[in-house]
Design a binder for this molecule. Structure first.
Ligand code: HEM
Length: 124
């Protein structure tokens, strides 16, 4: 057995390829959407419960926290759909090689950032 074996992984020195980053972001945005949906469902239910309920939700959503939640939720959904479409293309047998997989990952991340900025500008 080798005597000098690595004793631990230095996570901060590991560089993740774009495809790995898209993969973990897909899971993170999926879990984030699950929790965001709790808020979305509450907001929908409250807003149709009465005129006062509608006014309350409207007031919350026009505040800073409401806008952060809205932009975050739409951003997570946008990423998840872009990542999902990338998976669909890969399921059809394309973008499966190292180079094309990393390129499509970079495009997904780039598009996501651009679309999130657009959503942010539109909602602010
Ligand atoms: C509110 C709606 C959604 C929620 C809460 C959600 C949640 C999740 C979660 C938590 C995962 C990670 C599962 C895991 O890694 O074990 C996941 C994976 C996935 N989602 Fe969604 N998802 C939603 C909508 C969508 C949509 C609209 C698409 C397609 C455009 C999509 C495509 C996928 C795909 C392809 C995976 C698998 C990714 C992989 O194998 O690495 N999802 N979803």
């Amino acid at each position: 057995m080798k005597k000098q074996r690595p004793v631990n992984l230095q996570l901060n020195t590991i560089s993740f390829p774009p495809a790995a980053i898209t993969s973990i972001l897909h899971r993170i945005t999926g879990v984030a959407m699950f929790f965001a949906l709790l808020f979305v469902i509450w907001a929908w239910a409250e807003s149709v419960s009465s005129p006062d309920g509608f006014a309350f939700v409207q007031e919350q959503m026009s505040g800073v926290i409401g806008k952060i939640i809205a932009i975050g939720t739409i951003s997570a959904l946008t990423y998840h759909i872009l990542g999902g479409l990338r998976h669909l293309v890969m399921d059809m047998g394309h973008w499966e090689e190292l180079e094309s997989g990393n390129n499509s990952a970079k495009i997904v991340i780039g598009l996501w950032i651009v679309l999130t900025v657009v959503v942010g500008v539109l909602l602010c």
